[in-house]
Design a protein around this ligand. Structure first.
Ligand SMILES: [Zn+2]
Length: 251
């Protein structure tokens, strides 16, 4: 099984390639590239959410816990004493971070439903919906956000699957076929639940009409494509340099 570092490394490479390709195709602009890149990397770490001991799961639940604790305490600012606020904050955090986490860990099986193509679809659609309804992105940007996260997620599953084949010994490990599977082979109910989630999420997705306005002519014209690629890489470098200067100035 691939470890956290390997997943992170491949996630970065694949996400960078995907983002550059999208930028080359003029589907995203320079200022959006970094956010899409980060989403792709997050996607590549997400599947191990079903592993109790995995780093991303622990970080994710800590973040959700802290976030919900702030959301709960903020309306009470100025009305309650600092001690009361601290107690509420800590209570919500501990409940989410340890309470919900324990329940979630008991309900999920490692390499169960979260290591399946059904999960790829669910994650893609939920990011699309969140980007459109909560972040107020355009339909195109929302779908692309879902797409890059899905690519990252798929990269993780593929890597897990590759690691289950011992290439040197030409021996297949027991974990073969447990990562990149269409659905859970053992848990019928989790499949049904995931299907219901997918249908619900799909219902709320923004329209796909932007697909008809895509500049498809550049894909057919290699010279134009090369030209576009050159401009894109140049713009990306300028953007990176800009961020780097910003970064140096802040520290
Ligand atoms: Zn995994």
């Amino acid at each position: 099984m691939a470890n956290f570092q390997t997943h992170l490394n491949l996630g970065i490479v694949v996400s960078a390639t995907t983002t550059l390709a999208l930028h080359t195709a003029a589907l995203i602009n320079g200022s959006q590239t970094f956010s899409f890149f980060v989403l792709g990397v997050i996607g590549s770490l997400l599947p191990d959410i079903d592993s109790k001991t995995s780093k991303p799961t622990n970080i994710l639940f800590s973040l959700i816990g802290a976030g919900l604790a702030f959301v709960t305490t903020l309306p009470w600012f100025g009305q309650l004493s600092p001690l009361q606020l601290t107690l509420i904050w800590a209570g919500v955090y501990v409940l989410v971070r340890h309470g919900f986490f324990e329940i979630f860990a008991h309900l999920t099986v490692h390499r169960g439903i979260w290591h399946s193509l059904l999960a790829v679809a669910a994650v893609t659609l939920s990011i699309t919906d969140v980007a459109f309804w909560l972040w107020h992105e355009s339909a195109q940007a929302a779908w692309i956000a879902g797409f890059v996260t899905g690519i990252g997620y798929l990269t993780h599953l593929t890597l897990d699957e590759i690691y289950s084949v011992d290439l040197l010994n030409r021996r297949i490990k027991r974990s073969f076929g447990t990562a990149l599977k269409p659905f859970s082979y053992t848990d019928r109910w989790s499949n049904l639940l995931m299907l219901i989630i997918i249908v619900t999420l799909a219902w709320f997705t923004p329209p796909l009409t932007w697909l008809t306005t895509l500049p498809l002519h550049i894909v057919i014209d290699p010279a134009a494509l090369l030209d576009q690629f050159r401009t894109s890489s140049e713009q990306l470098w300028t953007q990176l340099l800009h961020w780097w200067q910003h970064f140096i100035r802040t520290f």
